[in-house]
Write a new protein. Structure first.
Length: 314
């Protein structure tokens, strides 16, 4: 029987924690975990460990949280672990060439897109926003470039008409975890054949920011409907009504036309708002200080506020 690989795992958010759990469930030997330093979170801004750190601590795995891996002392610490392989999933730190060269089998990464499409920070949301028919996960050998390395294994899933950033994230976390376990086993057995990416087909998935989530009602309804799904559960699309913030948690294509942002109709089915092309039916909204509610529940108590003729985004 072959010796189990000595694996160092590097990752930070929930997406990465699911991959770590899958490796543990598969009986892989995780000798250490690297994750981002604890960050302030919540109302009290208390320092919170990442989901990956929490899981590592539960399993008694050594945790390292360097600010950077460019520091020679951090590199020496990693070298001392004598890893066969480093598995990187949504870690959030750049791995310099010196680190990529340390493990015997190099570093591999599970990335939430069908590379070379959507290299970069927000592949799940960008695929939804662009109206892609499918998404997936690529396990690749890492190089110094951003998501440019040879592909080892790829799994695809169709993007459904009701998929959101949240539902697609969860599905890809599941698919990616399984693909990673498969790839690590095949790598240990020496049966993986790396395949170069076609750089001419590459697209870049820019990091999300809250400004992008502000609805520009002059855009076509088709684009805005995709954006609302892509940016849920974060950063959540928003607009204003009579100077008050309005978060949009759910919408579908509606009927009608008019000045962009104009409320065309309101009923228990939703709030119909004109866009640059077509209209959106807003079905789930959140007012300041309130929780997300189906429009039917808001409509009963706030009929006047959502009267046709009023304009969103002014």
């Amino acid at each position: 029987m072959t010796q189990p690989l000595r694996i160092v795992f590097a990752g930070t958010p929930e997406f990465a924690a699911r991959h770590l759990q899958a490796l543990l469930d598969a009986g892989q030997s995780i000798v250490a975990v690297y994750t981002q330093p604890d960050r302030p979170a919540g109302r009290g801004q208390k320092l919170m460990p990442s989901p990956v750190k929490q899981l590592a601590v539960q399993h008694g795995i050594a945790v390292f949280q360097p600010q950077t891996l460019r520091d020679p002392a951090a590199q020496a610490e990693l070298a001392a672990l004598q890893a066969d392989l480093m598995v990187v999933v949504a870690y959030g730190l750049i791995l310099p060439q010196a680190v990529l060269d340390l493990p015997r089998l190099g570093c591999i990464n599970s990335h939430a897109s069908l590379l070379p499409r959507w290299r970069g920070a927000a592949p799940i949301q960008r695929a939804l926003e662009a109206g892609d028919a499918e998404s997936g996960v690529t396990v690749m050998q890492m190089e110094a470039g951003l998501d440019t390395g040879p592909m080892l294994l790829e799994v695809a899933t169709p993007i459904g008409a009701s998929d959101t950033g949240g539902t697609l994230h969860d599905r890809l976390a599941e698919l990616g975890s399984q693909a990673l376990v498969q790839a690590v086993a095949a790598l240990a057995a020496g049966t993986l054949v790396p395949q170069a990416q076609d750089d001419s087909r590459a697209t870049y998935a820019h990091k999300l920011n809250k400004d992008e989530a502000r609805i520009d009602w002059t855009r076509p309804a088709v684009e805005l409907e995709r954006l609302i799904r892509a940016f849920h559960p974060w950063p959540i699309c928003h607009s204003t009504l009579a100077g008050e913030a309005l978060k949009i948690h759910g919408a579908r294509l509606g009927q009608g036309q008019g000045e962009p942002g104009l409320i065309l109709a309101a009923s228990k089915d939703g709030l119909t708002v004109a866009c640059g092309e077509g209209a959106l039916l807003l079905t789930r909204l959140q007012l300041p200080g309130g929780k997300p509610l189906n429009f039917a529940d808001l409509y009963n108590s706030r009929r006047e506020q959502f009267a046709p003729g009023r304009v969103l985004g002014q």
